[in-house]
Design a binder for this molecule. Structure first.
Ligand code: GAL
Length: 373
């Protein structure tokens, strides 16, 4: 995780990459299984091989879309696919057994959007032992050296963009501070949640230190701000209680709320309105239809565009490279230490969207473009 590796860890990660590059030099990169070749089994496989895709439960629109895109995209690329979602409640056990079933069916690559980053080590090892390549999709899988690749939008950058949007939005409404805010973060079992929060705090903490920004409730620790399962009702309940404790009649005025995604942003706005207070500046992520409408109506302040079509396309490109026995393209070898290894990653750039640039940001999105007219 960028900026969170200790210096020595960062240095040894660099050394490791240098070593493995040196080890690859000149000789056959694919001859030693898990040795010099990070993907282990990438000796190529049949053009119509089975590709498994294990996704978390449908917590936001991007996950719903990803399933359809994988089903169609893998078919168009000539592969067989097995695309599964974890159920709504027993998510971890569901996903574990779905992955095991994919291994049994002989999947050559397994793409995983983890429900719980830390609970898939056994399945990832099983996949590796069976000769399958594992790609973590959107969410990192932690605590396993058997994970081959990670493909995602730059999560730390997402957080930084959210933090900056919050400051910009508040400043546009009220030119001088101090500003009173509240902080929310995503599900603690999703590795992204902590990275988004750290990215946002990278921007907000200096302002808090200077006294320009005050967290009204005093709840600043990621544990206090987390919303289990990315559930809207969890965010609404937490906001309800903060409205009562801190912003009731005679209390403070709320200027802004850091929300990690759109589902939670709308729940937070609902809560503030129910308390009879004006809607503050609220950030988001995922470009969900209802949130884009809310932004255009001047309610939610910002969202993040992480074009799921691009992320799925990039993942399928990786699968195609593996099919031919090649190495998938990666563009980052230092940011994502999963506790057992620094995972070779392909990171895409997220885009911040407010009312001001929505038309431009969604110009090529047939679903969202009409909403910005
Ligand atoms: C994250 C993902 C976000 C959002 C969230 C809620 O892992 O990166 O875009 O979808 O899950 O499901």
């Amino acid at each position: 995780m960028r900026k969170f590796l200790t210096r020595s860890l960062a240095v040894s990660a660099v050394a490791l990459v240098a070593l493995s590059v040196a080890a690859c030099g000149g000789s056959d990169r694919n001859d030693s299984g898990t040795g010099s070749n990070p993907s282990g089994a990438a000796k190529g496989f049949a053009k119509d091989a089975l590709i498994g895709v294990a996704l978390p439960s449908k917590t936001s629109e991007n996950w719903v879309l990803a399933g359809d895109l994988f089903t169609n995209g893998l078919k168009d690329a000539g592969f067989k696919s097995d695309v599964q979602y974890a159920g709504a409640s027993t998510t971890v056990a569901d996903q574990q057994s779905q992955i095991s079933a994919m291994i049994t069916k002989g999947a050559k690559v397994i793409v995983i959007g983890a429900t719980d980053a830390a609970q898939l080590g056994t399945q990832v090892k099983q996949a590796k032992d069976a000769g399958a390549v594992v790609i973590a999709y959107d969410r990192l899988i932690t605590g396993t050296k058997d994970l081959d690749y990670y493909v995602a939008f730059d999560n730390f950058k997402v957080g930084q963009l959210q933090g900056q949007a919050l400051l910009d939005g508040m400043k546009a409404k009220k030119p001088t501070g101090p500003y009173t805010i509240e902080l929310f973060s995503g599900s603690p079992d999703d590795n992204n949640a902590g990275v988004f929060f750290k990215g946002a705090m990278d921007v907000l903490q200096p302002e808090i230190d200077k006294g320009n920004v005050i967290v009204g409730s005093g709840q600043k620790d990621v544990k206090q701000t987390a919303i289990q399962g990315w559930k809207a009702e969890g965010a609404q309940a937490r906001m309800d209680s903060i409205m009562t404790s801190t912003y009731a009649a005679g209390g403070k005025t709320l200027d802004g709320v850091l929300s990690p995604n759109d589902t939670l942003a709308r729940a937070i706005i609902t809560s503030v309105k129910a308390a009879g207070k004006p809607v503050p500046v609220v950030t988001g992520q995922d470009s969900e239809v209802e949130s884009v409408k809310s932004i255009m109506a001047g309610e939610q302040y910002s969202t993040i565009n992480k074009d799921t079509r691009k992320l799925v396309a990039q993942t399928i490109k990786m699968v195609q490279a593996l099919q031919t026995g090649g190495e998938p393209e990666i563009n980052d070898t230092k940011s994502y230490d999963n506790g057992s290894k620094v995972v070779p990653s392909y990171l895409l750039a997220p885009v911040i969207v407010t009312k001001a640039n929505a038309a431009e940001a969604y110009a090529n999105d047939p679903k969202l473009a009409p909403l910005t007219k």
